[in-house]
Design a protein around this ligand. Structure first.
Ligand code: 13P
Ligand code: ZN
Length: 256
């Protein structure tokens, strides 16, 4: 499946970027539409695993998910040795691992599935959830004024025109929650009403979308904006940033 190659490619980028220390970050991709009926009916490996709440919009869907505790640098080399395919039960109450080894999904699975479920239930054909530990963006979330969605969106947009174009719905902010919890998942879902990228305070970044490379690109351009901002501060001046007029012109020019 070409999509698995794409997941390996992005896992490699996350490691090369320095965003994936040890097992930091995780990926889930809805691959249902890429599988034959025979593949979809593969026998389960191991026992069913009950979901924390029913994912009714995901009944029968199949996801590639990175394994908990697995390193992106190894997911890149061997996706099926460090991740697995899971199939959600028809009623959305449990899942089974169907290929290729009994590798337990990421601890952030509640977040990932709740988001996939929410987005599908809202009529969106969302396929990807990508979570990573981008150093510069996490750094921003350690400073109170940056924990304001409007403020941080405006600041990062104004560093380079592409940021406004590639992340048109801006950034949602989720105050600190313990990683892997349903509280974190629920707080994130609220932000997805208005945003495709969310910052988890003092923890990491999450992007949703149809295409894994596009999710990566969104985080990458935000990281670049943060670097432009920080490099100016380190050189002893404050970035001027694009003006409101310049940002508004992009909306018209690119139909945002
Ligand atoms: P997992 O190894 O369980 O995917 O956890 C990594 C992580 O980034 C938790 O937020
Ligand atoms: Zn994390």
């Amino acid at each position: 499946m070409a999509e698995i190659g794409r997941i390996a490619e992005v896992a490699g980028y996350l490691w090369e970027k320095g965003w994936a220390e040890r097992n930091g970050g995780n990926i889930s991709v809805n691959v249902t539409g890429l599988m034959t009926d025979e593949e979809k009916a593969l026998p389960a490996i191991g026992s069913p695993i009950i979901l924390p709440e029913p994912m009714t919009a995901l009944g029968g869907h199949i996801f590639f998910v990175t394994g908990t505790g697995k390193r992106m640098r190894y997911i890149c080399q061997e996706p099926f040795g460090n991740g697995s395919l899971i199939r959600i039960s028809p009623d959305g109450t449990f899942f089974e691992i169907i290929a290729t080894q009994p590798i337990l999904p990421t601890s952030e699975l509640p977040s990932h599935l709740l988001m996939h479920n929410y987005l599908r239930a809202s009529g969106k054909d969302n396929k990807v959830v990508l979570h990573t530990h981008s150093t510069d963006l996490i750094g921003l979330t350690h400073c109170k004024p940056f924990l304001d969605s409007e403020y941080i969106t405006r600041l990062l947009w104004s560093m380079i025109p592409e940021c406004r174009i590639i992340v048109p719905r801006g950034i949602g902010i989720v105050p600190y929650e313990i990683p892997g919890t349903l509280e974190l998942a629920r707080a994130t879902i609220k932000q997805l009403e208005n945003h495709d990228v969310v910052f988890w305070e003092k923890h990491g970044i999450l992007a949703v979308g149809n295409d894994l490379i596009e999710c990566f690109d969104a985080i990458d351009i935000l990281s670049k904006s943060a670097q432009i901002y920080f490099s100016a501060r380190m050189a002893g001046y404050e970035s001027e940033g694009m003006t409101s007029g310049q940002l508004d012109d992009l909306v018209e020019a690119f139909n945002l």
